[in-house]
Design a binder for this molecule. Structure first.
Ligand code: SAH
Ligand code: SF4
Ligand code: F3S
Length: 471
């Protein structure tokens, strides 16, 4: 049994690590033939991509997917810790699974993901959830077959959570959700330690994948017909810093752009690590999509300082302007937190002023949620619940108005859309423009994975409507 330890998790010394290939013990292949699994994913794109690895690992063991969790032999929750409601959702699901397990003692339940890395969660699990079969941390996800097999054969609770990074595993099996767009990890972990955020504790220090491994993966995806890659990391702009002196995200983007895949995206960018040379590359290659997620969190310099974000409102706006100018069209989206400890009405107004200047194309807005053991959790949470809700409401009203205004600018234009399929409600197709806007459109004989031209006819707050454009 290995348990998480925040003191260990906080350490950032550059101890060398090995890169090794994923290996499945031969006696485990197909050992669970005939058994079914249900996997529920919470959280960010990184977790979604981890789930694509989890599915493939389970299927190598012989499991097949079951869409109704009540009928599955194994239920796995890939969890998220970012805000309290993410915790609540996972614990709510565990409550339902406990009831199910009382009726069906053969049901197997495991959790992995960021919650597994939290000391407090593990304490709760060991004392209150003895029926949970296994817990697997983020650093040893690829150990899933062994941990699961031990839990099955020894029939006792297995908790395997490491506080520090282990070897970097390459070539883990993957069962991608889509056959035309793919996630590609480029950097794991985060060293920023924003004072409100739990990620540096749950995902460890920044570790970049070798450029050769990333380029090999993208080349393989191109050969398979993929149209789009999204490069993933908690802070992709720090790519390469731990490995190379003169090779970072800009160089990586350029090398990938030259492979001629039609669409390249990357998330998430921290403004502090965004360099002019990266902006130059983004300006130069048309297959780097003109859509950047650039979380600002707050428009108040005193709150940004308390958050440990390392930039000011002025430096953020300077970067914002440069990005807007580097391409003919550039959509910028953001994340904003309201109600951080000490946020005054004036601080909140500063955020609204920034929003009015930036007129974001999309924004994810959150009420601050104290996370155990983070520095901000020790600050007095002095903004009342009502005030936080009121600010979120007011902020959303304004950001939504800009989403609509931005969308209206597309009416009458012909946009390239990567088709995802048919929408559920109407007989319309749907897909995403280069600026990452959702489009529903009428057309004929269009297949998922094709890039087609669509004439935009109508704008809504969160989507566009159009028709296939046949020139
Ligand atoms: N690495 C990314 C963000 C990852 S988390 C970045 O730094 O930009 C996604 C978003 O969740 C953050 O941008 C932030 O807006 C929000 N978030 C993180 N911790 C939070 C907390 N404790 N309470 C409320 N929102 C939080
Ligand atoms: Fe969290 Fe900040 Fe790292 Fe983003 S950059 S994951 S908000 S610590
Ligand atoms: Fe959540 Fe972990 Fe992602 S906390 S947002 S799943 S890195």
């Amino acid at each position: 049994m290995h348990l998480p330890d925040y003191k260990e998790a906080k350490k950032r010394e550059n101890t060398p690590y090995q890169t090794r290939d994923y290996q499945l013990k031969q006696n485990l292949r197909d050992k669970y033939q005939g058994k079914s699994y249900f996997l529920k994913t919470y959280g960010c794109q990184m977790n979604e991509h981890d789930s694509e690895n989890i599915k493939a690992m389970l299927e190598e063991l012989g499991f097949h997917e079951q869409e109704d969790y009540r009928k599955a032999d194994l239920v796995m929750l890939n969890t998220c810790s970012i805000r309290e409601n993410a915790h609540n959702k996972a614990f709510g699901m565990l409550g339902r699974l406990k009831n199910l397990k009382e009726k069906n003692p053969n049901l197997f339940v495991g959790i992995c993901g960021c919650m597994a890395q939290e000391e407090g969660v593990i304490e709760k699990i060991t004392s209150n959830y003895p029926w949970l079969n296994f817990v697997l941390g983020t650093h040893n996800l690829c150990d899933l077959p062994n941990v699961l097999d031990r839990a099955f054969t020894e029939n006792k609770q297995e908790i395997e959570v490491y506080s520090k990074e282990l070897d970097m595993i390459e070539n883990a099996p993957v069962l991608r959700d889509k056959s035309y767009k793919a996630y590609v990890n480029i950097i794991y972990g985060c060293n920023k330690f924003c004072t409100y955020c739990i990620v540096p504790y749950t995902r460890g220090r920044e570790r970049s994948r070798k450029k050769e491994d990333i380029l090999k993966e993208v080349k393989e995806l191109i050969q398979k017909g993929y149209q789009e890659v999204t490069l993933l990391g908690q802070n992709v702009n720090a790519y390469g810093k731990d490995l190379y002196d003169d090779y970072g995200l800009g160089e990586l983007l350029e090398d990938i752009a030259k492979l001629k895949i039609p669409r390249i995206r990357f998330v998430t960018s921290h403004p502090w690590d965004f360099t002019d040379s990266m902006i130059k590359v983004i300006g130069k290659y048309e297959n780097i999509m003109p859509s950047i997620h650039l979380p600002v969190q707050s428009g108040s310099n005193s709150i940004l300082k308390k958050m440990g974000r390392r930039y000011t409102k002025e430096s953020y706006l300077c970067l914002f302007d440069k990005l807007k100018k580097c391409r003919k069209h550039m959509a910028i989206s953001t994340d904003i937190i309201v109600g951080f400890p000490g946020e005054s009405e004036k601080d909140f107004q500063d955020t609204l002023d920034l929003v009015k200047y930036c007129k974001f194309d999309n924004a994810f807005t959150f009420i601050y949620s104290p996370r155990e053991n983070t520095p901000a959790a020790k600050l007095k949470d002095d903004v009342s619940k009502e005030e936080k809700e009121q600010r979120l409401y007011q902020l959303n009203e304004i950001v939504n108005q800009y989403f609509l205004e931005n969308n209206q600018k597309h009416i009458g234009k012909v946009e390239k859309v990567l088709v995802e399929g048919k929408s559920q409600k109407k007989e319309m197709y749907f897909g995403y423009t280069e600026e990452n806007k959702l489009v529903n459109f009428h057309g004929k004989n269009v297949a998922a994975g094709e890039i087609v031209k669509v004439k935009i006819l109508e704008a809504k707050t969160w989507s566009l409507d159009g028709e296939l454009y046949e020139s």
